[in-house]
Design a protein around this ligand. Structure first.
Ligand code: PGA
Length: 266
C-alpha cells in the first residue's frame, strides 16, 4: 500500500528575525533527514524569509512560506507585503486567513478570498485556514462557520484552481491553548470540508492539515486519521529539537483503516 504524503508546517508567528532563523536552520537540519513523502514547511516572519530560504536551500523537502500577503502586487498599502516580494525572497507558499489575522486584524472572508486568488495567479501555493471560535462551537455553529469561510474562497476560485490549494482546519479555541481537537472531531470536520468541496464540484483531493495545540505528544494519534494530511503548528515548532522530535513522531503514525473507531479497540 502506498504511504501517504504528510505535511509538517511550522508557523513561527512573530518570532525569529533573520539571525535567529539561520541559527534555527543550523540546529534543525542535522536532526532530520529528507524522507520520501514528507514535506517540511516553514512560515517565518516576512523579514526572515530570505535568510531561512538561503539556510535551507540544500533541502528539497523544505519549502518556505509567508504568513500573510497583500492581494495587490504593489501600491500605496503602508505595511503591506506583496506576493511578488515574498516570492523574490524565496517563498513558495503563503498562509491565508490564519485566525489571528481574521480575529486580531479584522481580515474578512472577502479579503481571504482575494489573497487566495492572488497567490494562485502569482504561482505560489495558498494554505488557507478555516476554523470556528469557542462561542461558535458552543452555539452549535461550527459547520455553518466553516461552510461560510470556505464559501467565499469557493466563489473566488475556478474548480481547476483547487489542485494547487492546501487547507488547514484550525479551531480558534485550540490555538495556543493546549487544548487540541480530538482526532475524531478533527477528522469529522475534515470530512465536512471535503463534502463541501465535493458539493461544489471540486474533484481533486485537497490536502487538509489540522492545527491547534499540536504537540509531540498528540501528533502521532492525530495523524492516524486518514482524513488528516498533516499539521500546522505554532508553539511546538519554535525549538529546533522539539520540532524535529514532533516531525519524527508524526512521521511514524500509521493510517487507521477507514471505519476504525475508538470503541472497537480492545
Ligand atoms: P499552536 O498554533 O500550535 O501554538 O496552537 C497553531 C497555529 O496558530 O497555526
Amino acid at each position: 500500500m502506498a504511504e501517504r504524503s504528510l505535511i509538517f508546517a511550522a508557523n513561527w508567528k512573530m518570532n525569529y528575525g533573520p539571525s535567529e532563523a539561520r541559527a534555527f536552520a543550523q540546529k534543525f537540519l542535522p536532526l532530520t533527514a529528507p524522507a520520501e513523502g514528507r514535506n517540511l514547511w516553514f512560515f517565518p516572519p516576512a523579514v526572515s524569509i530570505g535568510a531561512l530560504s538561503e539556510s535551507m536551500k540544500s533541502r528539497s523537502d523544505v519549502t518556505i512560506g509567508a504568513q500573510n500577503v497583500h492581494w495587490e502586487p504593489k501600491g500605496p498599502f503602508t505595511g503591506g507585503i506583496s506576493i511578488p516580494m515574498v516570492k523574490e525572497a524565496g517563498a513558495r507558499l503563503t498562509l491565508v486567513g490564519h485566525s489571528e489575522r481574521r480575529h486580531m486584524f479584522g481580515e474578512t472572508d472577502d479579503q481571504v478570498a482575494k489573497k487566495t486568488r492572488a497567490a494562485l495567479s502569482s504561482g505560489i501555493t495558498p494554505l488557507v485556514c478555516v476554523g470556528e471560535t469557542l462561542a461558535e462551537r458552543d452555539g452549535g455553529r461550527t459547520e455553518q462557520v466553516i461552510v461560510r469561510q470556505l464559501g467565499s474562497v469557493l466563489q473566488a476560485l475556478k474548480v481547476d484552481d483547487w489542485s494547487r490549494v492546501v487547507l488547514a482546519y484550525e479551531p480558534v479555541w485550540a490555538i495556543g491553548t493546549g487544548k487540541n481537537a480530538s482526532p475524531d472531531d478533527a477528522a469529522q470536520i475534515h470530512e465536512l470540508i471535503r463534502m463541501e468541496l465535493g458539493r461544489n464540484s471540486v474533484g481533486v483531493r485537497v490536502p487538509i492539515l489540522y492545527g491547534g495545540s499540536v504537540s509531540k505528544d498528540n501528533v502521532a494519534e492525530l495523524l492516524t486519521r486518514p482524513q488528516i494530511d498533516g499539521v500546522l503548528v505554532g508553539g511546538a515548532s519554535l525549538q529546533a529539537e522539539g520540532w524535529a522530535d514532533l516531525v519524527e513522531k508524526g512521521s511514524k503514525a500509521k493510517v487507521r483503516p477507514s471505519g476504525w473507531h475508538d470503541a472497537v479497540e480492545g
